[in-house]
Design a protein around this ligand. Structure first.
Ligand code: AVI
Length: 321
């Protein structure tokens, strides 16, 4: 079956207004959701292969070890709702383990990548109803109807992308997930764990400079899409671990005093001034469960690797289907 898409794309101008607002704030910032144009998504895939970036490797190992158990918890004929058009490998692993999955609904703001991923999956899983939804998944969205009535909704959010949302926003997002999962539904989510800061530092300052490219790519994107004139050579990547907040903070630091034009607006930088481009929060197991509970989820099961680097959580929405 070929994938179709719900036409709920957010207006481009709203995203651009948000970017300009962030870059003219006292502490300049850009939401990490803007990293993921086609080049940004490819660079992120490269990050996932880096020796220092333990997150993907470890989560994939957890999936290989525990997806049988996940499948028996989820049961047959589930509809999987993936928040973000993530890694093809992870959703395939999940579909391969689940019993007669009924549907797969990837939800994302970036259309091309989403459709390509969905089309490839629809070809390989002809019995799964694949329907992409273009939406900003931080707000409730309408789910498509499926030819086979699913027995439960399973929200899938691997990769610790939840860590890219500050706690209050993460709670809001978990609430949206609960609404989409509906009573009796479930959530399978990856969360990166607090650990030795040296390991975290290495993961976000890799020796090949791929993370730096990924970070700088957002300026390249602004140049193309918002008629900007950022000179990428005048900005440098930095990622620091803030132990107080338990988060990595990624920044783009201005190497000199400069003025950049963006969508007809002038933006000035002092030398050393930075744009915050991403937070990546790291959780304790109890901390993550508490956050999920505050959003109405009931923690059921947690899997962790032997080195306690990464965690995978299975949670349910109280009530029956
Ligand atoms: C997508 N997200 C979970 C990644 C992270 O680790 O926070 C994004 C990333 N940023 C730098 N490297 C990877």
């Amino acid at each position: 079956m070929s994938p179709t898409a719900n036409n709920t794309a957010p207006k481009v101008s709203k995203a651009h207004a948000e970017i300009l607002h962030g870059l003219t704030a006292k502490q300049k910032h850009i939401s990490p959701k803007h990293f993921y144009d086609e080049r940004g998504s490819r660079l992120f895939d490269q990050i996932c292969q880096l020796p220092e970036y333990y997150l993907t490797r470890t989560e994939l190992q957890l999936m290989d070890s525990y997806f049988d158990e996940v499948a028996s918890l989820v049961g047959p004929r589930a509809a999987i709702i993936e928040f973000g058009a993530g890694s093809n490998i992870k959703i395939r692993k999940l579909l391969d383990h689940l019993l007669e999955p009924a549907a797969y609904v990837p939800v994302d703001i970036s259309g091309d990548y989403l459709l390509k991923q969905a089309a490839a999956l629809a070809l390989d899983y002809p019995n799964v109803h694949v329907q992409a939804v273009f939406a900003d998944f931080t707000h409730p969205f309408e789910l498509p109807q499926h030819p086979v009535m699913p027995e439960r909704n399973l929200v899938f959010f691997p990769g610790s992308t939840i860590g890219n949302f500050p706690p209050a926003q993460a709670q809001d997002l978990l609430e949206v997930m609960r609404l989409e999962a509906r009573p009796g539904g479930a959530l399978l989510i990856g969360a990166d764990l607090r650990k030795d800061p040296a390991l975290l530092h290495a993961a976000y300052n890799d020796s090949q400079g791929v993370t730096a490219e990924f970070n700088l790519n957002v300026l390249r994107r602004l140049n193309t899409e918002l008629n900007g004139n950022f000179d990428l050579a005048n900005f440098s990547h930095q990622a620091i671990y803030d132990e107080t907040h338990g988060r990595i903070e990624m920044r783009l630091i201005s190497r000199k005093s400069q003025t950049v034009s963006l969508a007809g607006q002038e933006i000035s930088f002092e030398a050393g001034e930075f744009i915050t481009t991403e937070y990546s929060y790291k959780y304790s197991l109890d901390g993550f469960s508490a956050l999920a509970r505050s959003a109405g989820w009931e923690p059921e099961r947690i899997w962790v690797d032997d080195d306690r680097l990464f965690s995978m959580h299975y949670l349910t929405v109280p009530g029956s289907i």
